[in-house]
Structures are given as C-alpha cells and as structure tokens.
Design a protein around this ligand. Structure first.
Ligand code: 0O2
Length: 268
C-alpha cells in the first residue's frame, strides 16, 4: 500500500503542525479584522473631511501583536490552555491607534465607530476620564467586527485606542522608558513622567478651549474653511452643464429647445 508522507510524522509533531496552522489561521483573521476596521476608519476620516472641511482623525496606525508578545501576555494571564483560550482572553492581538487633535474628537470618533451596525463594542476603558496611576490617558474600546472568509464568518476582536496627540506623545515616551528599564523604572523618572502627563493634560484642555473659541468665531462669520483641505469631489462646471439646461445655469439666456429625449443640447 502506498503510504502518504504524513503517516511518518510522529503524533506529537502532528499536534505541533496542527497548532501552528491553527495559530497562523488566527493571526490571518486578526489581520483581516484590522483591515476591516482600517477601511471603516479611513472612510469616516475622508467623509468627514469632505462634509466639514475638517477631520477629527489626525493619524491612524495599526499593529498585529508579534507571536513573542502574544506568548508573553498569554503566559502572564495564564491563557495557555488552547489557541481558543488564548483568543478569548487576549483582546489586543489586533490593535489600532487613532490620534486626534482634541479630547472632544476622541469621543466623537468613538461614537462614530460604536454606531456602525456591524461593529459591536465588547468593552470600553476610559483612561481619559480616569487616567492610570502613572498618568496614562487614552480611550480604549474592544470591538468585534465580522470577517467573511470563503467558507466561514468570524467575529474578530480589535482593540482601538483613541487618544490626543499630547496623550500619544506621552505614551510613546513612557513605553520606551518602560522597556528600557525592563519595567523597573527609577522613582525619579516615574515622578517626572507623572508631571509630564499633567502638563500634557493641561495642554489638551487649553487647546480644546482655543478650538471652541475658533469654532464660535466661525459660527459668527458663518464659515469654517480650512485652507489645508482640498475639495477633491467638487463638480466641475463642464460636468454640471452636461446634466443641466444652459438656461438654468444662466437665467438671462433663453432656454434651448429640448431634444426628443427631453435633454437640452450640450454646450461645453
Ligand atoms: P503593547 O506593546 O502596546 O501591545 P488587562 O490584562 O486586560 O487588565 P491590558 O490587556 O494590558 O490589561 O489592557 P489595557 O490596560 O487596556 O492595555 C492595553 C494596551 O494599552 C497596552 O498593550 C498598551 O498598548 C496600552 N497601555 C495600557 N497602559 C499603558 C501605559 O501605562 N503606558 C503605555 N505607554 N501604554 C499603555 P500592551 O500589550 O501592554 O503593550
């Protein structure tokens, strides 16, 4: 009888191959979960810029946690029973970070995402209202988004961190310091970091108030044009004329006779 190559694989190696494949499949689904959420976020960003000549989203980045970090966190949380156990207990394998200019924008972005009917909010941690003891501020939401594969559909968890530029600046530096000292950061540095977090928080409030003042001025002048935003979807006159009779665009000109199809002749 002809034996397949697989029949020579020892049972524990077979299990290893199975776990590896299962893990790779899981990672791929998290990658697709990120792709789905990034599309949603970029659509919101672009639509907002188009409608309001302003966007609450300054910057978006994503990351898939490395297998090494997943393993470390899984061991720390005791989530090593199975790949399913790991997926159920680690919520930040797929991560997206959204940076906004203002605190009010972080909540606006949160609400826009939470309102999407195929996005379910599984958990919210508001470290802006209640900062961590070290000064860390950010709005975290764990969402579940459907990923449609050829034969199956999966609800994939993605952690979305929403924060201001100042909060992000602080968190990146704190993260670097934390890793440099392998978690054992000297007290003097921790104190300075807490002071810096308070400074960042004050800056955020000042910027928010300034922004409110500018909005109030704009409302008075009935304008909110940001010269940095180009309006890429403006309808050029030549296209408008294709669909509208000349007389409607230029009322002083008499209407052209309609053609059989009911359209006025086009003049470009
Ligand atoms: P990395 O390297 O960014 O992936 P839990 O066990 O569920 O109670 P968990 O999962 O740590 O706690 O949840 P939490 O507190 O919401 O933190 C999730 C992520 O938020 C972290 O992921 C960091 O990215 C970020 N974060 C939380 N606290 C801090 C902080 O004090 N400083 C900085 N710089 N970032 C923070 P990871 O896996 O820890 O790190």
């Amino acid at each position: 009888m002809h034996e397949s190559a697989d029949s020579h694989v020892p049972p524990d190696l077979e299990e290893l191959v199975r776990v590896r494949q299962e893990f790779e499949g899981l990672m791929l689904r998290y990658k697709f979960g990120i792709d789905e959420m990034m599309t949603k976020i970029n659509i919101l960003k672009e639509e907002f810029a188009h409608l309001h000549a302003y966007t609450p989203i300054e910057h978006v980045e994503s990351r898939l946690k490395s297998p090494e970090s997943i393993l470390k966190k899984a061991v720390r949380k005791g989530a090593t029973e199975s790949i399913d156990d790991l997926a159920a207990r680690l919520h930040d394998i797929a991560g997206i970070r959204i940076t906004c200019s203002f605190i009010s924008d972080t909540y606006r972005v949160y609400e826009m995402l939470a309102a999407q009917h195929d996005v379910s909010v599984v958990e919210v941690r508001d470290y802006i209202k209640a900062p961590k003891a070290n000064g860390y501020q950010s709005l975290h939401m764990i969402v579940e988004v459907p990923v449609f594969l050829s034969a199956t559909t999966h609800l994939v968890k993605v952690e979305v961190q929403i924060r201001t530029i100042a909060m992000d600046f602080w968190a990146s530096l704190e993260h670097k310091i934390y890793y440099k000292y392998d978690g054992a950061v000297p007290q003097a540095l921790l104190d300075k970091l807490r002071d810096a977090a308070e400074t960042a928080s004050r800056l955020d409030l000042t910027m928010e108030h300034l922004h409110d003042d500018v909005l109030a001025l704009d409302a008075e002048n009935d304008t909110f044009d940001d010269p940095r935003q180009e309006r890429r979807y403006d309808l050029p006159d030549s296209i408008l004329r294709l669909f509208w009779p000349e007389s409607a665009l230029n009322p002083s000109r008499p209407a052209e006779p309609m053609t059989d199809a009911g359209w006025a002749p086009v003049q470009i």
